[in-house]
Design a binder for this molecule. Sequence first.
Ligand SMILES: Cc1cc2nc3c(=O)[nH]c(=O)nc-3n(C[C@H](O)[C@H](O)[C@H](O)COP(=O)(O)OP(=O)(O)OC[C@H]3O[C@@H](n4cnc5c(N)ncnc54)[C@H](O)[C@@H]3O)c2cc1C
Length: 213
Amino acid sequence: MEPTPRTQIKRLPERGVYERSTVNQIIDEALICHVGFVHDGQPFVIPTIHARVGDTLYLHGSPASRMLRSIRNQPICVTVTLLDGLVLARSHFHSSMNYRSVVIIGEAREVNDPEEKTAAFEGVVEQVASGQWDYARRPTDKELKATSIIALEISEASAKVRTGDPGDDEEDYELDIWAGVIPVTTQFGQPIDDSRLKPGLISPPHLNTYQRP
Ligand SMILES: Cc1cc2nc3c(=O)[nH]c(=O)nc-3n(C[C@H](O)[C@H](O)[C@H](O)COP(=O)(O)OP(=O)(O)OC[C@H]3O[C@@H](n4cnc5c(N)ncnc54)[C@H](O)[C@@H]3O)c2cc1C
């Protein structure tokens, strides 16, 4: 992907990445995104679930969602953030975080075609728990109608990645202050049975070994 005037990273440009594979990896690993939009002149940034199917990002939810209703055919900005570490420098000024993030901008498109809607629904289910689409009950026509799907083409996007040590001022390396990185990981536990689980049922293998791509 080529940077555009809107996605060209100006602040610390060496951290910018525009390869689609990196952008896709960050989107795929993340469980949530934040959607920025303007409603009645007021900017809002709302967290939600997303899915990537090819070069399209999908958002889904209730047709009653203010967010989904107001972003149709409107410019939006979606950000995806993965936190990898707390970067503790010898000075507060140079303390930071290690991260991988993506910013996507473009016009939100409402999806009405039933085939694309179903594919997006599947994408959302699989983004959260791979293998689950084939395991749980598929949506009925009524449920599909009760779900709004919004698409955003991933054509104008940037990734920004910070890795590694703190970058302290040269004279501060002599200070008797510990500096380094506290890694941050997301852990998934063992599945906990629903209190109304039918007796005799156990969680399926794709959920017992749950991990992000
Ligand atoms: C977990 C985390 C913590 C952060 N903490 C801070 C902080 O405390 N203070 C701070 O100033 N900054 C922080 N950043 C960096 C912040 O996201 C911005 O990159 C930075 O503030 C510069 O913003 P800007 O609008 O001036 O960037 P510009 O370089 O002017 O932005 C131009 C374009 O670059 C792209 N871009 C900018 N930032 C990102 C990004 N993070 N990911 C993908 N594309 C991007 C967008 O397409 C944007 O339109 C943090 C980032 C993350 C992920």
